[in-house]
Write a protein of this length. Structure first.
Length: 214
């Protein structure tokens, strides 16, 4: 039985990580047999994959995206309910993108085939993002849970954009500064803004997202 980690959480729960689903299920069976209900077991369920459809037309929305894909792509053999629209947004250059969620098998189909939407062949990619908070410039927490101080995302200073001295600004990522404090042996570079796609601490979060997805 390969146990990768065994952690006690602040809530009093115990987190066990293994190499496979089969090993988790074997541990669950043993605990249920020997502890006889004294312990509550919850097997973590991975997130469903998400894909982003790039540069879609204005009349494609979260309400009609599934019907549009099914109607124009019979060769994919998709069924109603297998694709769930999540969000739609417009980029600075007015390009419209839309994010959908589906099972791992449907993800493979969509990535390997060309998807038609209206008169376009739609470009599709995995949707992997690290959520950022505008106030504190840190990753992965909700707005209502934010307890951090105001932090400018480019220089990590304790001020807002209008207060930043742009001419003498030195880029610094608050997330990588914190990462180095928690894991001193890594000493990753902090000389970049937190919106840099090559940010090391952001890449760590995205990798965890991958591992936590079907």
């Amino acid at each position: 039985m390969g146990i990768n980690s065994f952690k006690t959480l602040n809530s009093g729960r115990v987190l066990i990580q293994t190499n496979s689903k089969e090993e988790i299920e074997a541990i669950e069976k043993e605990i249920q047999a020997k502890c006889r209900g004294d312990l509550e077991i919850n097997i973590h369920t991975p997130r469903k994959p998400r894909l982003i459809l790039l540069n879609i037309l204005e009349d494609i929305s979260t309400t009609n995206i599934e019907d549009s894909i099914l109607m124009q792509n019979n060769d994919l053999n998709l069924r109603k309910g297998e694709i769930v629209a999540k969000i739609s947004y417009v980029m600075k250059k007015m390009n419209r993108n839309l994010v959908v969620e589906m099972g791992a098998d449907i993800r493979k189909i969509l990535l390997q085939r060309k998807v038609k939407l209206r008169w376009q062949i739609c470009r599709i990619e995995d949707y992997l993002v690290a959520n950022r908070r505008f106030k504190c410039s840190r990753f992965n927490h909700r707005l209502r849970d934010c307890r951090g101080e105001v932090t400018y995302p480019l220089c990590a200073g304790s001020h807002m954009l209008k207060e930043c001295k742009g001419d003498s600004m030195v880029y610094k990522c608050i997330n990588c500064v914190i990462y180095n404090k928690h894991i001193p042996s890594t000493n990753i570079s902090v000389q970049h803004s937190y919106i840099d796609n090559k940010c090391p601490s952001m890449q760590v979060i995205i990798q965890k997202y991958r591992l936590n997805t079907e």
